[in-house]
Design a binder for this molecule. Structure first.
Ligand SMILES: NC(=O)c1ccc[n+]([C@@H]2O[C@H](COP(=O)([O-])OP(=O)(O)OC[C@H]3O[C@@H](n4cnc5c(N)ncnc54)[C@H](O)[C@@H]3O)[C@@H](O)[C@H]2O)c1
Length: 280
């Protein structure tokens, strides 16, 4: 069975590990400290147990899946992986160093994928030895539940790299949509302006927080209102992505709402800080 590497075992990395092992892939799971690795492996096991409770997975398959994870802090252990997915923090410098280290270890035919939400795939591909083997695989949160992956083709990505990433995503039972490497891909290019406009509407007093979210939930059939969704994603993450869109297109339609900027500066980051548009 194909061996997959996952580097960075936070929210997304551990979700990717869970989806991979549930689908039968062996996984080498890398993070910077032994503590973080073991906490991530425990989180994956908990996730597998939850799937058993919900009747989505047999207990035997869950323990077989858990046994497929090799947690480690050593990049050298990635040797022999056919595809390695980078899911470290959304900071270009950090990604540069992680991709460089992955690339030093990876075999010449190994595909390196990044789960970046907003950084250019073409730009990140420069940090690997073989830009033609580099691609974006943009998973959605929570990975085990969300059925789609954006496959992002960088300027230099080869067809065979696209085929390998597509085959892995399909092996993980995900639908794929192939997209070109422009800021925000499809998902965030459409989602973030909607969230930003909701913040402008709140700032201008068009309606209240609850009013704005109710119109979008009941009128547009969205499962979450845009302000609630912004809290879930993290207001700092929303601001970062809007800035990428703004700088990438140099178009004022992507300018972040001043209220969003104020809230981020005030440390009101949404769910993760205990308060954003809502209190948690
Ligand atoms: N959270 C989301 O909803 C979401 C959705 C889609 C894509 N993404 C993208 O996925 C990536 C990861 O996001 P996240 O929310 O899982 O982040 P996170 O903060 O939950 O986790 C990041 C992990 O990377 C690890 N890390 C940092 N530097 C490392 C290094 N040099 N080597 C190995 N591990 C390292 C950290 O220890 C941490 O465990 C980002 O690029 C983000 O934009 C996030």
């Amino acid at each position: 069975m194909l061996k997959v590497g996952v580097v960075g075992l936070g929210t997304m990395g551990s979700g990717i590990v869970q989806s991979c092992v549930e689908s039968g892939f062996d996984v080498v799971a890398v993070d910077v400290s032994g503590d973080i690795v073991s906490r991530a492996v425990d989180r994956v096991k908990l996730g597998l147990d939850k799937r058993v409770e919900k009747g989505k997975l047999e207990a035997r398959s869950a323990s077989a899946a858990a046994a497929k994870i090799q947690g480690t802090t050593k990049f050298d252990d990635l040797q022999g992986c056919a595809i390695i997915i980078e899911a470290v923090y959304e900071k270009q410098e950090l990604k540069k160093s992680a991709i460089g280290r992955i690339s030093e270890t990876a075999g010449n035919d190994c595909v390196i994928a990044t789960n970046t939400s907003s950084i250019s795939i073409t730009l990140l591909s420069k940090y690997s030895r073989h830009p033609e083997n580099f691609i974006g695989m943009h998973f959605f949160n929570p990975v085990p539940l969300m059925p789609i992956v954006e496959i992002v083709r960088g300027y230099l990505t080869s067809d065979s790299t696209v085929s390998s990433a597509t085959a892995l995503a399909k092996g993980m039972k995900k639908e794929i949509v192939e997209v070109a490497d422009y800021p925000g891909f499809v998902s965030n290019r459409i989602l973030m302006p909607m969230i930003n406009e909701a913040v402008f509407a709140l700032m201008e007093g068009v309606s209240t927080r609850d009013g704005i979210d109710r119109v979008m939930k009941l009128g547009m059939n969205h499962p979450m209102g845009p302000l609630e969704l912004a809290d879930f994603i993290g207001l700092d993450v929303c601001l970062d992505i809007l800035n990428v869109l703004y700088e990438g297109f140099r178009d004022p339609k992507y300018r972040p709402a001043p209220l969003l900027v104020n809230m981020v500066n005030a440390g009101r980051l949404g769910r993760k800080s205990g308060e954003g548009f809502y209190r948690y």
